[in-house]
Every structure is written in structure tokens, then in C-alpha cells.
Design a protein around this ligand. Sequence first.
Ligand code: PGA
Length: 239
Amino acid sequence: MNKNNFLNLETIEKASEFVANQIISLVNSKPNCVLGLATGSTPLKVYEYLIEDYQKNKTNYENVITFNLDEYVGLDKKYADKSYHYFMNKNLFSKININLNNTYFPDEKNSEKYDTLIKSKGGIDFQILGIGINGHIGFNEPPADLNSKTRIVELTDSTIKANSRFFNEESDVPNRAVSMGLWSILQAKQIFLMAFGKSKKNAIEKLYKLNDFDPNLPASSLIKKDNVIVIVDQESSFY
Ligand code: PGA
């Protein structure tokens, strides 16, 4: 990618609508497409637009396949509603006509087979990514490995702190997760990374200025790929 692959769409609404429209076109043109999905605050509005469109236009998700990027490991039962499964069901899957048997999440048991499973379904056509304040994508924390596959990872203090907003105590945030690796993510045919809000500005500025992969900014693994679009809002944009 180059500097032209960065798009400032000014507001979260415009940026999310743009990404949602790309997904809707893909689902219409390839009804059995494979979507790579993310959780967190960033994609929430994209999912809202998809639901709104589904209600209005009946876009058909019956044969769509999805792979989520990551999931916590060792989440206490009392926090079952913080799992990424729960998030996806609540914010998207229960509101469109997707077949839950076609929705996949990495877990402790399937982590070694997850990349093969993705490949067996034809590979990810369209991957959505957020970015951590430390530049992580998925739960690929710095220093990151360009060849990493789906596996169990340790979360860094900065990620635990950022995610503690969803828990009663910072110590309740799991310190492990299972995540698609950088290698796994880079196999996607098209990638849209979204960054909203001023907390992401620093990571976006570093990404924009780098010309090569820097393990300290895992998102920079995307630099060598052409089919990547980085979408920012006014607050996360510095240019
Ligand atoms: P956020 O998280 O969308 O909640 O900001 C993004 C991330 O940590 O990857």
C-alpha cells in the first residue's frame, strides 16, 4: 500500500457507511463470500449499517461465511457477555439471516487448524480490522511476528488497560487470547483497517510514516500489501 491507500472520511458515520457498502456489494455479487470480522468499538457502526440495509433491502447472508479474528481465553463465567462470540451474536448475527454454522471463531482447541479451515472455505475475501493504541491488529501485540499463524497469545498491559473499560476490575480482563496471526490476516484478498478517535492518531501517524514492517507496530505488516485501505476519521487523522 502507499499513502493513497489512506482515506480520511471525516466521521465515523461516513467511514462506517463506506465500509458497510463495500460488504453489501460483495455479498450481493458473491453470496457465499468469506468475511473476516472484528469486534471492539470500531466496527460497531458498520454492523449497524449492515443491519439497517438487511431490514430495508433484505441482503441475503444465508450462504455467507465469517471468521472472527480473535477471542479471549479463560474468561470468567460471570463475564460470558464480554466474549467476542456474544458480541457478534448481539451486534450482528442475531439481526441478519446468517447461518450460525457458517460463523467461526478461533478457540484454544481449534487454533492450530483455524488457518487451514479458512483456506478450505476459499480464504477471506474481505477482512475488517480495527487497530489498538499500541498498533496491534487482532491480538497481535508488539513485538509482532510477520509469520505468525492463529495461536494463543499473551495480552500486553496496554491492551488489558484499554479493554478494562468493559470489566469491573482491570484484574478481571483475561491476560490470554487466541488470535489470527499476521500471516493469517495477510492472506485476505482485501483488507479495510479502520481507526477512529484521537487515541488512534499516534498509531496511524506511525503507520503512515513507515515504509517497511516494524515489529513494534504490528499494523505495519500491511504495508507490503496492495489491497489494503486505511480509513480514518478526522480525530485519528494527522494529515
Ligand atoms: P477498539 O479496539 O475498536 O475497541 O478501539 C480495537 C483494537 O484493540 O484492535
